[in-house]
Design a protein around this ligand. Structure first.
Ligand SMILES: [Zn+2]
Length: 138
């Protein structure tokens, strides 16, 4: 009888800890989702010459903390040069962009958790089950 009492107490404590962890995680995610809805997701855009694309991918794969490429975009020199005042050079080779370049690629990167929350928000907007959605954001 004494062992059953201890077992019941341990299971009860375990359930309380599990509920606390679950609710705490949910609350943090709910807060982060609210911020994403208000201000957009946290992420960084990287730009590279088309011929530097693989070098940039390798550079991003080695970054810590880990980030994931959530969106890719191709640009012509006419589309990109002068569009953003702070985007003037390749993030891979560091050379300045020029109108004679073939073109560019940009990667919008974020952390894996932010991307997951973003996908859940998009799925909620479309009334889909977030777990069933596996496609990219493009
Ligand atoms: Zn380059």
């Amino acid at each position: 009888m004494k062992y059953i009492y201890h077992l019941v107490v341990l299971v009860g404590i375990g359930a309380l800890i599990a509920a606390f962890v679950f609710l705490k995680g949910r609350t943090a995610d709910a807060k982060r989702k609210a911020l994403i809805r208000l201000y957009g997701p946290a992420g960084i855009n990287y730009y590279a010459h088309l011929e530097c694309e693989q070098a940039l991918r390798t550079l991003l794969e080695g970054k810590k903390p880990a980030s994931v490429i959530a969106k890719e975009q191709r640009w012509t020199p006419a589309e990109l040069i002068g569009r953003f005042t702070d985007i003037t050079a390749c993030d891979a080779c560091k050379k300045e962009f020029a109108m004679t370049d073939k073109g560019y690629v940009s990667f919008w990167c974020t952390n894996p958790r932010e991307l997951q929350l973003l996908r859940e928000i998009e799925a909620e907007k479309h009334g889909a089950d977030p777990a069933a959605r596996t496609g990219s954001l493009q």
